[in-house]
Design a protein around this ligand. Structure first.
Ligand code: WTA
Length: 706
C-alpha cells in the first residue's frame, strides 16, 4: 500500500520531468582533444563491463609495484572487496622516489601562502624526497610508529601536510587528516575513534589575513580524546614560521614538541619505503552520516592509488608538463585524491594555496593562475558562486589560460556553470563535473573530457569501469529517460572504493550494501549494488543529474554535515529539550543550516540561548557548521509516534508548502512556527527566491530517510 508520503514523492518525480529542461551539449575544442590523454574511443571498449575487473589493470600499471598481484579482484568476503591481491607497493615511493631519476629538479608542489607579500615556495621532487624521509625518520624513531598504527593530523593548507601524509605512507602508518577548520573537539573525537596516540598539528595559519592560533585546538582534542578513553601521548607541532612560535598557546612539557627543532636530529636521514600489501590501509577520512558518530572511511594502498592515478590521468587530463591547481582543502577527500596522491603519483606539479580564494580581493585566484601559468583548475560550485558574486568580471583582467577545469562536491546550477565556462574558462577550457564521495576514493560520474560532450548541470555518465544504475525503493531499475528520480547505485566494485568503516564493519554493510542485497551470503559482486545515498535522474543519453543526499546529511559549501551531529551538539546545552537541523537554500553556500530548538519546561526563549546554540555547534564541530539562524520554538511538529517532522520545518524555513500535516500529533503548532519564523525572515530580508523543482523535491524528501 502506498503511503501518503510515497504518493507525494511519485507526483513530484513526474513534475521534475515536466519542468526538466535538458541543456544543450557543449563540445570541447579541437585543441583540447588533440592533446588529451584519452582521445581514442577504443578506451570505452577496454573498460566495458565484459572486461571487468581486468580493465583496472590499466590503472594499476601506472604505478610501480614491488611485487605484481595475482588476483585482480577477490570477492570471497563480499562486500569487503580486495583489489590487486598479492601485490606489494609503497605509496610514498610511488609519489616521490620514482620521479627522482627523471624529474629530480621539477616542482612537485608549489605552495602559495595567503599573504601576498610572502614568497611562493616551489618544492622540487628532490626536496620533497628529503623532507618526507627526514620526517618519516622522526615518526619512526621519536614516536615509535610502525605500519598499521593510526595517526591523526589536524593540519591546514601548508606543504607540511602532504609531507606528513607521505612520511606516514612511507612507513605504512595510516594517516587520518581532520579538516583544519573543524574544531578541536571534532578532532579529538576522530582521534579517539581511530585510536591515535600521536596528533600532528601546526601552530598557526592564515585565514582572511589573520594568523589564526591553531595549536589551541590540539589541547582540546587531547582532552576530548582522553574523555573518550584514548590517550594522545605526543603532539607534534609544525611551525608556520620555522624557528618562531606563532601561537600564544603554551606547549605542554613531555607531550608537545616542535617538529622543526626535532628535525635537526634527522637531517639527511633516509628511511626505506616499507613494501605494503595492496590491501593495507593507506588512510582514514572521517565523514558524517545518519548518526552522531562520524564514519572513518578506510582507503587501501594499491586500489586507491591506482584509481586516483588513473582518473587523474584521464579525467583531470594531467600531463607531465601541466601546472595543475586544485583549490580544495586537503582535509577533504578531494584534496587527498586530487591535490596529493593522484597528481604526485603521475609526477605532475600540484599547486597548493593556503588561504581564502577572495583574499585580499576578488582577483587573487586569477593572479595566482596567471603568475604560475596554471593550465588545469579544479574547484567547487560554492567557490565558483562566491567568486562570481564578488568579482564577476575579474577573470578577464588576468592573462591565464586553462585547458581544463573541474567542478566537484555539489550540484552546479546551469547558470553558475555557464559563468565558469565563459568567464573563468574564457570559453577555452573543457569542464568536467565530477560526482563522487569520501567513500569512493575517486570520480564515479563525469564526462571523459575529449570524448564526451559537456552538459551543464549534469555530471555525465558513469566514468570508465563504473556502471551506475538508478533503483527505486523496491530495487527496480528506473530506466534512463523515464523522467523519474531514484537512488543512484553502482552495480560493480572498483579499486578506489573504501574498504570498511573503521572499527564498524557492520555499519559498512548496513549503510552501503544492505538496502539492495538480497542474499547476504553471496560472493558474486552482481548481488551487491553500492548504495551511494544520493537521489539522481538519468536522461535518455545516459547522463546523470545528481539531486542531493537522500539521508539526513546537509551539504553546506561542499561539507557534509550530519543532522544528528548538529542536533546532538545542541542537546549538550542544558536548557535544550529537542533540536532539529534543516537545510535552507543559500545563494553562495548552496545550502546552509537552520536549527530549531525547543526548551525544557521552565526556560524562556532568549537571544542568549540562540547564541549558545551557535557556539556549541562551533565548539563541537567547527565554524563551517554554524547555523545561519536558530529558531527557539514552543514545540516541534511531530508524528503520533513522536518523530520530529523535519520535512515540515524545512518547508517553513524555505517558504514552501508544508504538505499534508493531518497525520501530525500537533498540527496546530505548524502555523505558530510558520508565523514566528517567516515574519522574522521577511523582516531580515531573507525570503528566498522561488525554488526549482529539484530543490522543492529535496525539501519534501528531507528527513524521510529515518
Ligand atoms: C555531493 C566530495 C552533485 C553528493 C567529493 C555526494 C555532488 C556528496 C557532486 C559527497 C557533483 C559530490 N554533483 N553532487 N559533481 N559531487 N556531490 O563525501 O551529494 O564530501 O554524495 O565528497 O557530495 O560529498 P563528499
Amino acid at each position: 500500500m502506498a503511503t501518503q508520503v510515497e504518493r507525494e514523492t511519485e507526483t513530484s518525480e513526474a513534475q521534475i520531468a515536466v519542468h526538466w529542461r535538458e541543456e544543450e551539449y557543449i563540445h570541447p575544442s579541437p585543441k583540447f582533444i588533440g592533446q588529451a590523454n584519452a582521445s581514442d574511443p577504443a578506451i570505452f571498449e577496454r573498460f566495458s563491463e565484459k572486461n571487468f575487473p581486468e580493465c583496472f589493470k590499466e590503472y594499476a600499471d601506472l604505478l610501480s609495484w614491488d611485487q605484481y598481484w595475482h588476483t585482480t579482484l577477490d570477492t570471497s568476503n563480499a562486500p569487503f572487496w580486495k583489489w590487486f591481491v598479492g601485490g606489494k607497493l609503497n605509496a610514498s615511493y610511488n609519489c616521490v622516489d620514482r620521479h627522482l631519476a627523471k624529474d629530480r629538479n621539477k616542482a612537485a608542489i608549489i605552495w602559495v601562502p595567503e599573504p601576498e607579500a610572502e614568497d611562493t615556495q616551489a618544492i622540487t621532487y628532490q626536496e620533497l624526497y628529503r623532507r618526507v624521509n627526514e620526517f618519516a625518520a622522526l615518526l619512526q624513531d621519536f614516536c615509535g610508529l610502525k605500519a598499521g598504527d593510526r595517526v591523526t593530523l589536524h593540519m591546514p593548507m601548508v606543504p607540511e601536510l602532504p609531507v606528513t601524509m607521505l612520511a606516514c605512507a612511507r612507513l605504512g602508518v595510516i594517516h587520518s587528516e581532520v579538516f583544519g577548520g573543524f574544531s578541536g573537539a571534532a578532532c579529538g573525537d576522530r582521534a579517539a575513534d581511530s585510536g591515535s596516540e600521536v596528533l600532528i598539528t601546526m601552530d598557526a595559519y592564515y585565514r582572511s589575513g589573520e594568523l589564526i592560533d591553531h595549536k589551541i585546538k590540539a589541547d582540546e582534542a587531547v582532552t576530548v580524546s582522553s574523555e573518550k578513553g584514548n590517550e594522545i601521548k605526543k603532539v607534534l607541532v609544525w611551525q608556520r614560521y620555522p624557528g618562531k612560535s606563532s601561537s600564544p598557546t603554551p606547549m605542554v612539557p613531555d607531550r608537545d614538541v616542535f617538529v622543526n627543532e626535532l628535525l635537526n636530529t634527522y637531517r639527511g636521514k633516509i628511511v626505506p619505503p616499507v613494501s605494503m600489501p595492496a590491501e593495507a590501509p593507506l588512510f582514514l577520512m572521517y565523514t558524517s552520516g545518519t548518526t552522531a558518530r562520524p564514519k572513518g572511511c578506510q582507503h587501501s594502498t594499491g586500489g586507491y592509488l591506482s584509481y586516483v592515478a588513473g582518473t587523474s590521468k584521464y579525467y583531470q587530463d594531467i600531463h607531465p608538463e601541466d601546472t595543475y591547481w586544485c583549490m580544495a582543502d586537503i582535509g577533504w577527500i578531494t584534496g587527498h585524491s586530487y591535490i596529493v596522491y593522484g597528481p604526485l603519483a603521475l609526477g605532475a606539479t600540484t599547486v597548493m594555496y593556503e588561504g581564502v580564494p577572495t583574499y585580499p580581493d576578488a582577483g587573487r585566484a586569477w593572479r595566482i593562475a596567471e603568475r604560475l601559468n596554471v593550465n588545469i583548475f579544479h574547484t567547487a560550485p560554492t567557490t565558483i558562486r562566491m567568486l562570481r558574486k564578488v568579482g564577476p568580471d575579474e577573470p578577464k583582467k588576468y592573462n591565464y589560460h586553462f585547458k581544463h577545469m573541474t567542478t566537484v562536491g555539489e550540484p552546479i546550477e546551469p547558470g553558475v556553470w555557464e559563468w565558469y565556462y565563459n568567464v573563468v574558462g574564457k570559453g577555452e577550457a573543457a569542464i568536467v563535473d565530477t560526482w563522487w564521495q569520501t567513500e569512493n576514493g575517486g570520480f564515479l560520474g563525469s564526462t571523459l573530457p575529449a570524448l564526451q560532450p559537456m552538459k551543464p548541470g549534469s555530471c555525465g555518465p558513469g566514468v570508465l569501469g563504473i556502471n551506475p544504475v538508478i533503483l527505486d525503493e523496491e530495487g527496480n531499475v528506473v530506466e534512463a529517460g523515464s523522467g523519474r528520480a531514484g537512488n543512484i547505485c553502482i552495480r560493480n566494485p572498483w579499486p578506489g572504493i573504501f574498504q570498511t568503516v573503521y572499527g564498524q564493519p557492520e555499519r559498512f554493510v548496513e549503510i552501503y550494501y544492505a538496502k539492495y542485497n538480497k542474499n547476504k551470503d553471496s560472493k558474486d559482486w552482481h548481488d551487491w549494488p553500492y548504495f551511494a545515498g544520493d537521489g539522481a535522474l538519468q536522461a535518455a543519453d545516459g547522463y546523470f543529474r545528481i539531486l542531493g543526499r537522500v539521508d539526513d546529511v546537509i551539504n553546506v559549501a561542499g561539507h557534509r554535515l550530519g543532522t544528528k551531529e548538529l542536533e546532538s551538539a545542541c542537546l549538550t546545552i542544558e536548557e535544550v529539550a529537542e533540536a532539529a537541523a534543516v537545510p535552507v537554500m543559500d545563494e553562495v553556500r548552496g545550502r546552509a543550516v537552520e536549527m530549531y530548538v525547543a526548551l525544557k519546561p521552565g526556560n524562556k526563549p532568549s537571544k542568549e540561548i540562540e547564541e549558545k546554540v551557535g557556539e556549541s555547534i562551533e565548539r563541537l564541530i567547527g565554524k563551517v557548521a554554524r547555523p545561519k539562524a536558530v529558531w527557539v520554538v514552543a514545540d516541534m511538529p511531530k508524528t503520533r509516534s513522536g518523530k520530529i517532522m523535519r520535512r515540515v520545518i524545512a518547508s517553513i524555513s524555505n517558504f514552501t508548502d508544508v504538505g499534508d500535516i493531518t497525520t501530525l500529533a500537533n498540527p496546530d503548532i505548524v502555523d505558530t512556527i510558520r508565523h514566528q519564523v517567516q515574519a522574522e525572515k521577511v523582516s531580515r530580508g531573507q525570503q528566498p527566491r522561488e525554488l526549482s523543482p529539484t530543490e522543492l523535491e529535496e525539501i519534501k524528501r528531507f528527513g524521510q530517510a529515518e
